[in-house]
Every structure is written in C-alpha cells, then in structure tokens.
Design a binder for this molecule. Structure first.
Ligand SMILES: C[S@@+](CC[C@H](N)C(=O)[O-])C[C@H]1O[C@@H](n2cnc3c(N)ncnc32)[C@H](O)[C@@H]1O
Ligand code: SF4
Length: 443
C-alpha cells in the first residue's frame, strides 16, 4: 500500500517535480528549475534535553542516556547536521524553493553551545538563501539560555524565542520533573528582553494532575507580568511510558475530569482575554496579528512544504513524507549517515503525516483556525482530495450531524464558539475509533 522510495530519495522526488514542470510549462528543465518558486519552512530538530521530564510526550520513547547525553553526542551530531543541511539545502534552492521560516525545536535546542549554534547557522546561511525569512524561531528551556547566547541568537537572525515554562508553581515544577524553579524561569524570560529578543512565547501546561483553578490563575498572572507576545497553553496529555502516567496508573495522582478541564480552559480565555489576548490558532494566544506563530500556522494549515533536519525531524516535500526516526539507535544512524532518510513515502489517502495521531492533530488544529482547512491547499500538500481519506470522510459525516462546523466548497472549519481543546479531544476520540489499520508510516 505504501511505496517506499530507496536511495537518492530526495533527488528522485525533486527530479519528478522538474519533469512535471517541464511537461506542464513546455519549457526546458534548465530554463525552468528556478521558475516555480515555492515556500519552504526549515525545521532544525535538536534531540537533547538537560532532563527527561516526567510528563513529556515528545521524548517518552527516547532513553534518558541518549536524550541527556548531549555532552558526548553534541559535536558528532552537530557535524552530521551540518553535512545534512549542506547536502540538501542547495538541491532545494535549485528546485525553486523559497525559505519563509526557520524553526528550531526538539528536545531543547538551547542546550547547544554557542560554538555548535554558530557552526549550524553558518552552514544554514551558506546552503540556503535566507533573505526572505519572516519568522526565525528558537525553542528553549529556562536555565539553558544566558545573556551571551541570547545576544548571539538575536544578532544571527533569530527573531522569536519560545521558553518552556510549564508552570510558575514550584511544587508543580517538581512533580513535572523540571530542572528549574519558578524564579529561574522568571530570570530567563527577563533576560530575553534585556538582550534584544522582545518577541517571546511561554509554553504553559494546564489540567495536569492535582491542578486547581487557583494555581493555574497564579501561573497565568505571573506569565502576563512578564509581558510575552505569545502564550501557548498545552492541555496535559496523559502519555504512555512516562513517569507521571505510571504514577497516575498506580493511583498516586488523578487525571482531571472533563468538566474541570473545560473550566480551566474557560478561565484561560477569560484571564488572557482581559489583557487583550485572543486565540490565534488552537491554544496559541496573542494580542496582535503580527505575533501569530507563523511557522506553526504554516504547518498546521498546509501553507507549503517543509524540510526537517536532524534525527527525529519530519519533512514534507512534493507530496512525499520523509523522516529520520528518533528511536534508540537513530542518533547513531544519523551520525553515520545523515543524508539518508529512514523513511520516504508518497502520501496516500489511507495514511499520511508521520502517524495517525499526528494526522488527527494536524487536521483538528487546522479546523480550529479562522480559515480552517482549504481543500485546494490540502490537495496541493498531499496529492489527493480531502474527502478521499477515510478519516476525513468520517469527519465530514460528523460535520453534517453536528452544528459545529462551517463547510463550503472551499473548505471546512470548526465554528469559533466550539473551538476549544476539550471539544477537540472528544472529536479525536470519536475519530480514533475509526482509525485505519497500519496507521504509522514513521516509527
Ligand atoms: C517539544 S517541548 C519543548 C519545550 C522545551 N524543551 C522545554 O520543555 O522547556 C514543547 C512543549 O510541549 C508541551 N508538552 C510536552 N509534553 C506534554 C504533555 N504530555 N501534555 C501536554 N503538553 C506537553 C510542553 O508544554 C512543552 O513546553
Ligand atoms: S518537556 Fe522539553 S525539556 Fe522536558 S523532556 Fe520534553 S522536550 Fe525535553
């Protein structure tokens, strides 16, 4: 059902594109390879952290000895990352791509030393034309940024930083296994503004076990006092193979009932709303349109292709999904052969994106934006019509039965009043029951 493409994977895909352009426009490839300019997002995945947090859904499958061992892996990983960027960047430029956004994520990119960051940035700038970059965003954790690193990032094109704060309550931070306390988080965020980064986000988590409305209110108030341009509130996701889920299963903690999750979400909108914040994309709050998290919006709403560098990163190029997985051995594989993708498949209506969970989340996140899913953009991205996928077909059935959707010939979205994360979670459950067999294309 899924066609794997072996060696020279990216070259094959880009070749196909050139032949298509050649055919459609009736021009020679050599005249044409740069004429079909297409937007591109560049994602840099740094698979290291100073601590494995007790709740983290992104790193649950990565052994601590690899995740936290960046002192040993850093040099080799960064060298391989540079080889990968140098190998792929010029090919994409030649194929007519136009980089629009750069996003560093992980893991925790801010664990890298300035020397490592400098190496990667140098190669990035020499492999791509970054003159058209709008957003250059960098994910971080408190205590992994200092004044020198922040000024370095700011003077090398980074114009947005995200800080994983999670909570300003010290007991909660301990339960979450965070390597910092609330004071250290406040200091890190304050340093950003003092050192030239005024566009910053804070990640906060709500509905974590034992959460109360009073604690959440205090966290939100403290976040607002630090004057962020963007706040992301993550609904706690009870993730298998994490320490916290294990404790929940043993009865030490309890998951909040749905009613309380809804209340906290309502409280969020009220408290942030009083300070002029509105929801731009699902759970992302801003006060002004220019502070929209553009990279996130780009991916969520199928604005264009993206290339992901580093093991653990996904790419979507010319209706193909490519990835280097993040299993136990992947870091060694990546270090030895950074130009080979573990997985490279053409999207099919049966399975697309990295796995079924990602597919659901992307669809649902996109449905919660003002424009929702545009059917043409969806087609351009995946190469098949929205309703051809059985997941989407089911969604359209739900849309017909409920009054919560706007559906037109152009696209589909969830009505503003029904866009809340708890409702989405419910929808996810309904869709998950219908999930197709063989639902993963990237381990
Ligand atoms: C890829 S992490 C990177 C953040 C950064 N490494 C840090 O933690 O400081 C992005 C965000 O995902 C959120 N997150 C991680 N695990 C989660 C879970 N189980 N449920 C809800 N949100 C989660 C956290 O808010 C985290 O800041
Ligand atoms: S929450 Fe951030 S720091 Fe903690 S394990 Fe996950 S990615 Fe690493």
């Amino acid at each position: 059902m899924i066609k794997k493409i072996a060696h020279n994977q990216l070259d094959n895909i880009l070749e196909q594109q050139n032949r298509q352009i050649d055919y459609n426009s009736n021009q020679g490839i050599e005249n044409n390879s740069n004429s079909n300019s297409k937007d591109l997002l560049i994602y840099l995945h740094i698979p290291f952290c100073t601590r494995k947090c007790t709740y983290c859904c992104w790193t649950a499958h990565i052994p601590s000895k690899i995740l936290m061992n960046f002192e040993n892996f850093q040099t080799q990983f960064v060298d391989s990352l540079c080889v990968q960027i140098q190998h792929i960047g010029p090919k994409l430029m030649k194929a007519g791509y136009n980089p629009r956004h750069v996003a560093w994520g992980g893991g925790t990119p801010s664990v890298l030393s300035i020397e490592s960051l400098e190496k990667v940035l140098k190669v990035l700038y020499s492999s791509f034309d970054l003159s058209g970059i709008d957003e250059h965003t960098f994910e971080s954790s408190p205590c992994t940024l200092d004044a020198e690193k922040i000024s370095f990032l700011s003077s090398n094109g980074v114009n947005r930083v995200s800080v994983g704060v999670q909570s300003f309550n010290d007991d909660e931070l301990k339960m979450l296994g965070r390597p910092h306390n609330s004071e250290e988080a406040i200091n890190t965020v304050s340093l950003l503004r003092e050192n030239g980064i005024c566009n910053y986000n804070m990640d906060l988590m709500f509905a974590i076990p034992n959460h109360t409305s009073e604690i959440w209110k205090q966290t939100l108030k403290q976040a607002l006092a630090l004057d962020p341009t963007h706040i992301t509130t993550y609904l706690y996701n009870n993730t298998p193979n994490t320490v916290l889920t294990d404790l929940i299963n043993k009865g030490k903690y309890q998951i909040l009932p749905m009613g309380e999750m809804l209340e906290l979400d309502k409280q969020t909108k009220q408290i942030l709303g009083e300070r002029g914040f509105y929801e731009s994309i699902s759970q992302c709050y801003i006060t002004r349109p220019e502070h929209l998290h553009k990279s996130e919006y780009y991916v969520q709403t199928y604005q264009g292709d993206y290339i992901g560098f580093g093991n653990g990163a996904n790419s979507s190029i010319k209706q193909h999904f490519l990835c280097n997985s993040s299993d136990n051995e992947s870091i060694n594989r990546f270090i030895q052969n950074p130009v080979h993708f573990d997985n490279c498949v053409k999207y099919t209506p049966f399975v697309y994106d990295s796995n079924i969970e990602t597919t659901f989340m992307r669809i649902l996140n996109a449905l919660c934006t003002d424009k929702g899913i545009n059917f043409k953009k969806f087609y351009d991205h995946y190469g098949f019509n929205f309703e051809e996928s059985n997941i989407n077909h089911e969604l359209l059935n739900i849309a017909k039965k409920t009054n919560s959707f706007n559906v037109s010939d152009e696209g589909i979205s969830i009505k503003k009043e029904d866009r809340n994360i708890v409702y989405i979670k419910y929808l996810l459950q309904v869709l998950r029951i219908k999930k197709p067999v063989g639902s993963s294309i990237c381990d």
